[in-house]
Design a protein around this ligand. Structure first.
Ligand SMILES: Cc1cc2nc3c(=O)[nH]c(=O)nc-3n(C[C@H](O)[C@H](O)[C@H](O)COP(=O)(O)O)c2cc1C
Ligand SMILES: CCCCCCC(=O)C(=O)O
Length: 313
């Protein structure tokens, strides 16, 4: 029997062996040249420590609090699409894992398990990640369902007016899997586009006109705290605070959207300085080890989110 994996890179190799190529590529790939995909990881590697010695570390408490929810460590589960491509239990299994680790799961808009299934499966603290579609009433319906099912916050992903150009998906003619929460709300027809079916569908459905003024609309349809995901500059961080978000997630969407965006760890400090402690800042992108988490915390993040994209091996 092969040795147990000891780090995330080794899990990734197991995933590569286990998954159909189309799905593995979807999970692992980035946009275009995958420059940012590499940078997200390599920028962490360039940061080294200045360790001090003879400090009493015999008792360590890693717990922290995100929007009043105490979690066992500053690591929460990022929203990621379609877990059932990897496991038949899908996001229900992920939520159980979050509950057993006493952390938060952010359920993706593009999940393969429904809001209701996830809520009924365990007592994990869940946030709901939202994409805004041209049909705005769908967002309102989903937000109400999330509220009704005990989700504690909304995460508005703001870096995807169009889906990034993911060339592996284009080559594989990636098929859009079922959008569980949209059943009965949006046509599930398969696009006839010759490239990535996913990209074609996103182009048709996503509201590319979404802008800062729409935060007011979002606040008018929910009482949940809203975090904004996809901030990479001090200018946008300041705007986010001005429109009243409850938290900021520094993210480049795992390098799946705009290639040549900066590595997230390289812009974290800029955002932290601009925000001046007014709202909590979380980050994701390239976090692969505990030392990466520590680097993010040292640069001012309150927690990180982890997902599962990586370099193609
Ligand atoms: C397969 C996959 C699917 C994703 N789906 C979503 C999604 O539905 N919504 C979203 O806001 N972000 C999505 N993301 C981005 C993640 O939430 C997160 O920002 C990113 O993956 C963090 O970088 P990392 O993969 O290096 O950990 C996805 C990422 C991956 C790898
Ligand atoms: C209509 C399909 C949109 C898929 C977006 C999922 C996502 O955010 C990602 O793959 O990244």
């Amino acid at each position: 029997m092969a040795a147990e994996p000891v780090n995330l890179n080794e899990f990734q190799e197991l995933a590569r062996l286990a998954l159909p190529k189309m799905y593995y590529d979807f999970y692992a790939g980035g946009a275009e040249d995958e420059h940012t995909l590499k940078e997200n990881v390599e920028a962490f590697h360039r940061i080294t420590f200045r360790p001090r010695i003879l400090v009493d570390v015999s008792r360590i408490d890693l717990s922290t609090t995100i929007l009043d929810y105490k979690i066992s460590a500053p690591i929460i589960i990022a929203p990621t699409a379609w877990h059932k491509l990897a496991n038949p239990e899908g996001e229900v299994a992920t939520a159980r894992a979050a509950a057993s680790c006493n952390t938060i799961m952010v359920l993706s808009f593009t999940s393969s398990s429904s809001i209701e299934e996830v809520a009924a499966s365990c007592n994990a603290v869940c946030f709901y990640q939202l994409y805004v579609l041209k049909k705005r009433d769908i967002a309102a319906t989903l937000v109400q369902r999330a509220e009704r099912n005990g989700f504690k916050a909304l995460v508005l992903t703001a870096d995807a007016p169009r889906l990034g150009r993911r060339e592996a998906d284009i080559k594989n003619k990636m098929i859009k899997p079922q959008l569980k929460n949209l059943e009965g709300l949006l046509s599930t027809k398969v696009s006839s586009d010759t490239g990535s079916n996913l990209e074609a569908d996103a182009r048709e459905a996503m509201d590319a006109s979404l802008s800062w003024k729409d935060l007011e609309w979002l606040r008018s349809i929910t009482n949940l705290p809203i975090l904004i995901k996809g901030i990479l500059t001090r200018e946008d961080a300041i705007k986010a605070v001005e429109v009243g978000v409850a938290g900021i997630i520094v993210s480049n969407h795992g390098a799946r959207q705009l290639d040549y965006s900066p590595a997230t760890i390289s812009v974290l400090e800029e955002v932290v300085h601009a925000v001046k402690g007014r709202v909590p800042i979380l980050m994701d992108g390239g976090v692969r080890r505990g030392t990466d988490v520590f680097k993010a915390l040292a640069l001012g993040a309150q927690a990180v989110l982890v997902s599962f994209s990586q370099l193609h091996l």
